[in-house]
Design a protein around this ligand. Structure first.
Ligand SMILES: [Zn+2]
Length: 494
């Protein structure tokens, strides 16, 4: 309409004069050119772009390492730790993922990093999804069990997380994206086992009567069936340059970690080996800017790499890490082959806060804990009983409810749900099944950490992840509330 009326204005020859086809065609061309010039900024802004970066977050030797009941210390660096960022931009909206090689990151540290990202890049906090891989051989950032973080490392990390995003933003370039999923069932096992009927089992706290046990002492005569399913899915988001070269991969697998590292070693566990191996398989070595592979943790609170029925022969450190990482990378490569990449995807983000009741100790439990701790400092405490007594005192000061952040990213039809804790596979599978948006994958340990968040039926069975502590502070029906909230967010994000 606009063009034809403009043509009438341009074609100002007197009525009846001979038609001058060539000049009119030229005018038409110049007009289209002008229109294209006017539209160019909009077209340019609508271009899909991506950038990725990895910055080193290896701590100094001597830094506290969490993961076990007591504190570990970094004695050697086997392989470096990284904070990795992937930034996507559809011309309207920018999304940033950060996946950092560490065990746990609480909300305070992630929020501090997000504020820095807002300040330097303008990407709102709601559009930043930050998560920990859950490697158990990294600098402690958040207190858990009897391990408190090194304050210097904790204070340093937010800048590094923000730097990863800033570098990724600096590298934003025309890109294309695709996603797909595969399955790696041979490396995921439910680590919670039902106690075999008729057997009596005494747990690590000296109590009998629970209906589930951990696989820590497996194979064990009391080992029954796994208490819940595992999620073997490997989800893979692939980002390529406009020319089709690998730019970044964001993968997601629901395995706690592998852990056969050397004593006192700093290592990114299989998360790091996967990234290195995939880069090799994709022929993406030594690119400029470098290819970045991020492996995020899914819902693996009750899933680890140990087959409870198998007594493993001793093997050199890192053997199993390499085996798992290579298998996961092989599967990623298999599903990436022939994957269609697109530029026409719209991005969006939704964040909400849900208040979840905390499980606080009774006055009697507090008094018993006080007697056990007896005024000793954390350095003087050891073992499970001391740990739970101290955590009982810490939980006595918790608020009645905690604000838990839930987040959903949309990349075209794809949804990514971020959970701030160690979520069980069955809960992740439930959200995958019930989500009105498909496909969906879950990232755990994201945007904060509220310990293990088992579903009510697993609370009823008991065992480690249900024992009230900083590692499991939330109410027994927390996942019901969180799944409902996610379903509402997903329905609204369509
Ligand atoms: Zn864990």
């Amino acid at each position: 309409m606009l063009i034809s009326s403009d043509l009438r204005i341009l074609d100002s020859r007197p009525p009846g004069s001979p038609r001058r086809i060539r000049p009119l065609a030229l005018r038409l061309l110049s007009l289209l050119g002008a229109a294209a010039l006017l539209l160019l900024p909009a077209l340019r802004a609508a271009e899909f772009r991506a950038g990725a970066a990895a910055v080193n977050v290896t701590p100094n030797l001597g830094t506290a390492v969490n993961g076990g009941v007591g504190p570990g210390r970094a004695l050697h660096v086997h392989d470096d730790l990284f904070a990795k960022a992937l930034v996507l931009d559809d011309g309207q909206t920018r999304l940033a993922w950060v996946v950092v090689d560490t065990c746990l990151v609480d909300r305070e540290v992630f929020d501090a990093a997000k504020r820095l990202v807002v300040q330097h890049t303008g990407i709102p906090a709601s559009h930043q999804m930050m998560s920990a891989t859950h490697t158990h051989s990294a600098g402690a950032v958040t207190g858990a069990h009897l391990c408190e973080p090194d304050p210097t490392y904790r204070a340093w990390l937010p800048d590094r997380l923000a730097d990863a995003v800033r570098v990724a933003v600096n590298r934003l370039a025309p890109a294309q994206i695709g996603w797909t999923s595969g399955s790696v069932p041979q490396h995921v096992f439910c680590r919670r086992l039902l106690i075999r009927p008729g057997m009596t089992y005494t747990n690590q706290l000296g109590f009998t009567g629970e209906r589930a046990k951990m696989n820590w002492d497996s194979p064990h005569p009391a080992d029954g069936e796994p208490s819940a399913p595992v999620d073997p899915e490997l989800f893979v988001v692939s980002v390529q340059t406009a020319e089709g070269k690998p730019l970044a991969v964001l993968a997601n697998y629901s395995l706690h970690y592998v852990g056969d590292v050397g004593p006192g070693h700093i290592s990114a566990d299989y998360f790091g080996v996967f990234a290195d191996r995939l880069q090799q398989l994709l022929g993406a070595d030594r690119q400029d800017p470098p290819f970045v592979a991020l492996l995020s943790n899914g819902t693996s609170g009750d899933v680890n790499n140990v087959n409870p029925r198998e007594r493993r022969a001793p093997q050199p450190a890192y053997t199993q890490i390499r085996r798992v990482a290579f298998d996961v990378a092989d599967e990623a490569l298999r599903v990436l082959e022939g994957l269609r990449h697109r530029r026409d995807v719209a991005l969006s983000a939704t964040t909400t806060e849900v208040r979840v009741i905390t499980r606080r100790p009774t006055p009697t439990e507090i008094e018993q804990a006080r007697q056990r701790v007896g005024g000793r400092s954390v350095a003087q405490l050891s073992g499970w009983l001391d740990n739970y007594a101290r955590d009982t005192l810490l939980l006595a000061d918790y608020p009645e409810a905690l604000p838990v952040t839930l987040q959903v990213f949309r990349v075209g039809e794809l949804a990514v749900a971020a959970w701030p804790g160690e979520i069980f596979a069955s809960t992740g599978l439930e959200l995958k099944r019930r989500s009105p948006v498909q496909p969906l994958f879950n990232i755990g340990l994201a945007n904060g950490w509220y310990g293990y968040i088992p579903p009510p039926e697993q609370h009823a069975l008991g065992a480690y992840e249900t024992w009230r502590a900083r590692t499991a502070p939330l109410d027994v029906d927390a996942t019901v509330k969180l799944v409902d909230a996610f379903l509402g967010m997903l329905a609204g994000s369509r």
